[in-house]
Design a protein around this ligand. Structure first.
Ligand SMILES: Cc1cc2nc3c(=O)[nH]c(=O)nc-3n(C[C@H](O)[C@H](O)[C@H](O)COP(=O)(O)OP(=O)(O)OC[C@H]3O[C@@H](n4cnc5c(N)ncnc54)[C@H](O)[C@@H]3O)c2cc1C
Length: 383
């Protein structure tokens, strides 16, 4: 699929990575059922992550001094495309690789960098993001989880919700209130690195519609955090989180959520001698949306590579990307139902069924559609 879409803006040095990744994936993913692969960056497989790390494909953009690859953001873009389009189960290391590592590199102390970054690069430290709470999802600034200074560190009380992988991650980077009241909004928030094995932390898994268990409730009952749990500046949590969201929202994972399904459907068309004009037109329509989105995601990568923080642009690409990700399974369901008597491969139907059930979450995770559009409107000076 990716080969069909030429993208001149990706440097040759990064493109050169593709054959090795493909060869590795041919071997590593052999025999895995298509509907499991369709989980992709929701699929958790710690051993798979470690095998990637052993090849230098976790923490590629982190400095070599910390065990990273020292490569630019385009290398990670190419790697991410290859992994996502094949449905590689990357969820174990994904958050650490995408945003916790870069955050620690940017705001961490020397000791925090020395401790966490090599572990991230070896896929030995998995992270989760503790932002949302029961009353604070879209209204993130209203969060109530509080870290209070003590003689030795911090006392953490409160609750997080929908935390992906909290039940199998080692650390959470939590946004908490460290001073003032919820009414103070963006003032008085800080980020803490929380070791999830500490006493007083309870993690309860929540099942989703498909039966998968990936997100959680996390309770902090008087958890004692060490002094150096604070990452970055006390009270600067909002600015730090905003910068982190550019990493969270800009990547190709906001485009390719339904790509395995689309690819499987194209294979199905190719296997028949008689695709209908309507099917060919649909394939063209989806590709015509995919190509500019991919260009936009690559352009964002260029901004990240320059050290910019393209928060508004990332919101735009995520909004448009998730719209396509959600449209694909619905369009393909209609196409496959057009001739009820036609033969359809079972694994394609099982994959369609999974993606149809999970796709409503695409425009919720990482910030809802309405919130992103608010960010874009504010960025354009329209509100
Ligand atoms: C699969 C998945 C994984 C997730 N993983 C994580 C995670 O790892 N860590 C984490 O912290 N969170 C995570 N989340 C939570 C996610 O960030 C929140 O669900 C999201 O921010 C929305 O918050 P909410 O659920 O409280 O909905 P609400 O904020 O209550 O929103 C409900 C609806 O009202 C709309 N709305 C709210 N405010 C406005 C407004 N001002 N203007 C217009 N419309 C508005 C929203 O767009 C939405 O449609 C995950 C969610 C999902 C689905």
């Amino acid at each position: 699929m990716i080969d069909a879409l030429t993208l001149s803006s990706i440097p040759e040095s990064a493109q050169a990575l593709r054959p090795a990744v493909r060869a590795f994936l041919d071997e590593a993913l052999r025999g895995r059922p298509m509907d499991r692969l369709a989980r992709s960056w929701m699929g958790f497989d710690a051993e798979f992550s470690r095998a990637l790390a052993a090849r230098g494909w976790v923490g590629m953009t982190l400095p070599q001094a910390y065990g990273g690859g020292g490569k630019d953001a385009f290398h990670r873009f190419v790697l991410a495309e290859e992994l996502l389009c094949r449905g590689a189960p990357v969820s174990a290391h994904w958050i650490a690789d995408r945003q916790s590592g870069p955050l620690i590199l940017k705001y961490g102390t020397a000791a925090q960098r020395d401790f966490f970054l090599p572990r991230i690069c070896k896929a030995e430290a998995f992270f989760c993001i503790g932002m949302s709470e029961p009353q604070s999802g879209s209204d993130l600034a209203g969060l109530r989880t509080r870290a209070t200074r003590t003689a030795d560190g911090w006392l953490l009380k409160g609750q997080k919700l929908w935390t992906t992988n909290a039940h199998r991650a080692h650390y959470m980077i939590a946004l908490v209130r460290s001073s003032g009241a919820p009414e103070d909004r963006h003032q008085g928030l800080s980020q803490m690195i929380v070791d999830l094995s500490l006493p007083g932390i309870t993690v309860r898994t929540i099942g989703d519609l498909t039966g998968d268990q990936h997100f959680n409730e996390v309770f902090f009952d008087d958890v004692l955090l060490p002094q150096d749990a604070l990452i970055g500046e006390e009270g600067a949590g909002w600015a730090q989180v905003t910068a982190e969201l550019a990493f969270e929202r800009s990547g190709p994972e906001r485009i390719y959520g339904s790509m395995l399904l689309f690819d499987a459907w194209l294979q199905h068309l190719r296997s028949r001698s008689d695709p209908t004009p309507a099917e060919l037109a649909l394939a063209g329509r989806i590709l015509a949306q995919l190509v500019p989105l991919r260009e936009m995601s690559a352009a964002l990568t260029a901004k990240l590579a320059q050290g910019d923080s393209p928060v508004i642009e990332a919101a735009l690409v995520k909004d448009l990307g998730t719209e396509l990700e959600q449209a694909i399974p619905n369009l393909l369901a209609d196409a496959l139902a057009a001739d009820p008597l036609a033969e359809r491969p079972e694994d394609l139907l099982r994959t369609l069924s999974y993606v149809l059930q999970v796709c409503p979450t695409f425009s919720l995770r990482g910030g809802t559609r309405e919130i992103l559009r608010g960010v874009i409107a504010r960025g354009l000076g329209l509100r």
